[in-house]
Design a protein around this ligand. Structure first.
Ligand SMILES: *Cc1c(COP(=O)(O)O)cnc(C)c1O
Length: 343
């Protein structure tokens, strides 16, 4: 992603990511009033509350709060794998594409992509990708992503999750979910979070994406796994001491954020249709939650032109622009942005 250096006018709408939201007044109040302690000693009551609440919602024994989704994913990889192994994942997965080779540098493992049209791998391809030969890198884990960011915020059907679970169990391979936007998936499928998370050994959830917290992700798993994860988190520099101030905002995001996601998804449809009507190349089948990819030449030039008129989006690669909706783009902002984008 290239960060534009052009001078910017008043921002009408910032669609670069759902990470750009700023803390709400309720979050700031909760942060000011948060009870805190040293979380490396496990003594921060607000962090413990956040971990327990998310563990309860997702059906896991325990959770561990970390500064980023990259860290929760990479700690999961460290937990599940040994050096020289492979991580099977859907092509375009964030854990490899956008995590700076960390699986290689920290855990000493390499990715093996399986095809994933619209972000959804065929469970049989996951099975065929499992390797055991003495001449090959053994499989350490399988990782799925829901929603799948690079495929367009697409949702994995529950049958695919169940089939992937079966493969993982039969093959004796741990199954991880990069659920940075798993709440978006749950809202899109209209199911409780547990219906998705129950298939996995570990799940990573971002509070700082659509839910709107300023900072933080939680890794979920068994109590034993989270005890081990605590050590890897510390190794990566993620032992954060009195970070209950962050967890307090994340708790507000967790309690109030999910209910707002359906609105983000509705506005995403409005924007996608407006873009298609204006002649832009959008695969509407991939627009399932809060993300839209537009294929166009000279992506950065177009993004800079829109930015000069107050509408921010991300150029990803030469020919792709990404729009991400979040709760701080309301209907009025959306309407203003559509006028600019379709002018
Ligand atoms: C954003 C994101 C993450 C984590 O990103 P951080 O910026 O490290 O918090 C992980 N997976 C997916 C799919 C994401 O979109």
């Amino acid at each position: 992603m290239t960060v534009s250096t052009l001078p910017r006018p008043t921002v009408l709408a910032d669609f670069r990511s759902d990470t750009v939201t700023t803390p709400t007044p309720e979050m700031r109040r909760a942060m000011a009033e948060a009870a805190v302690g040293d979380d490396v000693y496990g003594e921060d009551p607000t962090i413990s509350e956040l971990q327990q609440e998310l563990a309860r919602l997702s059906g896991f024994e325990a959770g561990l709060f970390m500064p980023s989704g990259t860290m929760t994913n990479q700690v999961a990889i460290a937990l599940h794998t040994r050096r020289g192994e492979e991580v099977i994942c859907a092509e375009g997965s964030h854990i490899y594409e956008w995590e700076l080779g960390m699986m290689a540098t920290f855990s000493g493992v390499v990715p093996r992509f399986v095809p994933a049209p619209l972000g959804v791998p065929d469970p049989e391809d996951l099975r065929l990708a499992v390797r055991r030969s003495i001449h090959q890198s053994p499989t350490g884990m399988i990782s799925l992503e829901n929603t799948h960011n690079k495929a367009g915020g697409t949702v994995l059907p529950l049958e695919v999750l169940a089939a992937a679970r079966e493969v993982a169990t039969q093959e004796g391979v741990p199954l991880h979910l990069d659920g940075a936007r798993v709440f978006n998936a749950a809202v899109a499928l209209n199911v409780p979070l547990k219906e998705i998370t129950r298939h996995f050994d570990t799940v990573s959830v971002c509070l700082s994406k659509g839910l709107g917290a300023p900072v933080g992700s939680v890794l979920l798993g068994s109590a034993a796994a989270m005890k081990q994860a605590h050590r890897y988190r510390k190794m990566m520099g993620g032992g954060m001491r009195q970070a209950g101030v962050l967890a307090a905002a994340a708790l507000v995001a967790l309690r109030e954020g999910p209910a707002r996601l359906a609105e983000d998804h509705r506005r995403t449809q409005v924007l996608a249709r407006a873009l298609v009507e204006a002649g832009f190349d959008v695969n509407l089948a991939a627009v399932q939650t809060n993300i839209i990819y537009v294929r166009l030449p000279e992506a950065q030039t177009q993004v800079d032109a829109w930015a000069s008129k107050g509408v921010l989006a991300s150029a990803l690669g030469h020919d792709s622009v990404r729009f991400v909706l979040h709760h701080q783009v309301n209907d009025a902002a959306l309407e203003a942005a559509i006028s600019v984008l379709t002018a």
